[in-house]
Design a protein around this ligand. Sequence first.
Ligand code: G6P
Length: 608
Amino acid sequence: MCGIVGYVGPKQAKPILMQGLKRLEYRGYDSAGIAMLTDSGLMVAKEAGKIINLEKKLGTDDYNCNHGIAHTRWATHGEPTKLNAHPHTDAQEEIALVHNGIIENYRTIKEFLKRQGFDIKTDTDTEILVHLIRFNYLDDLTEAVRHALNQVEGTYGIAVISSLHPGQIVAARMGSPLVIGNGVGENLVASDVAAMLEHTNKVVYLDDGEIATITADDFSITTVQNVKITHTIEEVSWTLDEIEKSGYDHFMLKEIHEQPTTLRNGYRGRLNWEQGIPILGGLNLQYDELRNIKRLIMTACGTSWHAALVGEYFIEELARIPVEVEYASEFRYRAPIFDENSLMLVISQSGETADTLAAMREASHKGITALGMVNTVGSTIARESDGGVYIHAGPEIGVASTKAFTSQVEILFLFGTLLARMRNLSVTQGQDIINSLIKIPSQVEQILKAEDQIKKIAEQYYKANNFLYLGRGINFPVALEGALKLKEISYIHAEGYPAAEMKHGPIALIDENMPVVVIALKDSVYNKVMSNIAEVRARNGKIIAIATEGDTEIAERVNHVIYIPKTYHLLTPLLSIIPLQLLAYHIAVMRGCSVDQPRNLAKSVTVE
Ligand code: G6P
């Protein structure tokens, strides 16, 4: 949520900052700005709208400068106008600041600053911070930032430059991720590594409450209380290729098509076929500890929450452990009941979602072991959890999550199978599950070949105003996820429902204009779902069915059928979601929507 990038070194800063911003655009894209230190002082430019607008304004001039900061915004306080865009500057235009997060006590500070004679021009919570730094400034920028931060409450990732301190960036973090990129004779700072991969893969992750003073050749880190900190420099394994579109029209389409590979990466090296058991070393739990788990609480937001719901079905059925799935935003303010045999599983693609992180910290305060299931290596949840599993889906750039969802579900299956093997599941049952799992990537490849058929279906319905998604059992959360994909990127209102529950409300919406996507697989509830299909049909709804290969019967009862291969019933979500992702994608493209950067959304939600 909001992207920050800063550069100091021997090269021209503008192209590096602009390229960095484009890499971060998925974090927020309603306005953008840049501040660079030129021979004639600070040069600040901002524009409302996407980064391309800022780029056009700046033109081809490099401004002969090698030190600057830039920002792409997702508005919280104040509309996404040019005035409210970052960077913000002090009255003398000697200090410039970019900020992610929310300064919660900004009103109090604003009143204080006004009384001191400061003129506040914008509607943001951020502007007061730059004035507060100015107010605290004597001759040391880091000290001024430190004093200011000691007066604010809330969350921040900030980068500050000043014409009074050429060649220096001061960055600080509290709740909003920041990472230093350590290059040769140059250093960068950014909200995530995507902005710096072209220049270095050596990084240092700042922790909450830390301030970094960064120059071209060096960086030093202290806490806001002025205690010196040393971090080890880590190497990022993501490659540039992984953060490029590689010939696809959109990141989302690339990521949908990457799923056979990401699913293979998810289980690679993690299966002991002889024992019929998955190996998840990062959990930091011994077998007897796994056996002692009496209750599992999973918490997450958005798509990750849907993955958790799928996991609930699987884990309860196989491992016979009660599972509770809770929105992280709700969990953090509840009074949950734990005992020492409860385990918390925190699921997050980014590893930075504010609510999910807060829920995890709440569990830790209560003494509950919290494991992370995260995609982004080095993210806050990955670092603060008691153990966990990386899903290894690689960078996900499209705001609508696709490959992370299937990888999360896959890792939950591995985790569930492990828990089950610690209990009643036999070696051969474990082996059967593993055998089914390793066929999934090629089955996904097979479904992806139906893209043209799905595109034709999209052509018929892309003008619809509403969609209903129905599923039962383990495919009910898939219906939720299918509906979420559609609404996120096409802005069509879509609801996911348990198929039988349709009678209790949504059926009132069904008429000849209502497309209804039904996941109707040959499983224990097949006949029940067929009855629900009949109910939709009787009201002239248009039915798009996701069905099991070989089911010819269904073709006579619905308007369209997309077939998926047979698999073990608990693994079907890994297949049934694929056509729904493609359907949402093609509908959004046909509606002319900004697929990778849907309006109002952001990839990583680091505010509450
Ligand atoms: C945002 C994203 C979603 C994502 C959710 C949770 O809303 O747009 O795609 O599912 O955050 O994010 P996380 O990184 O915690 O999985």
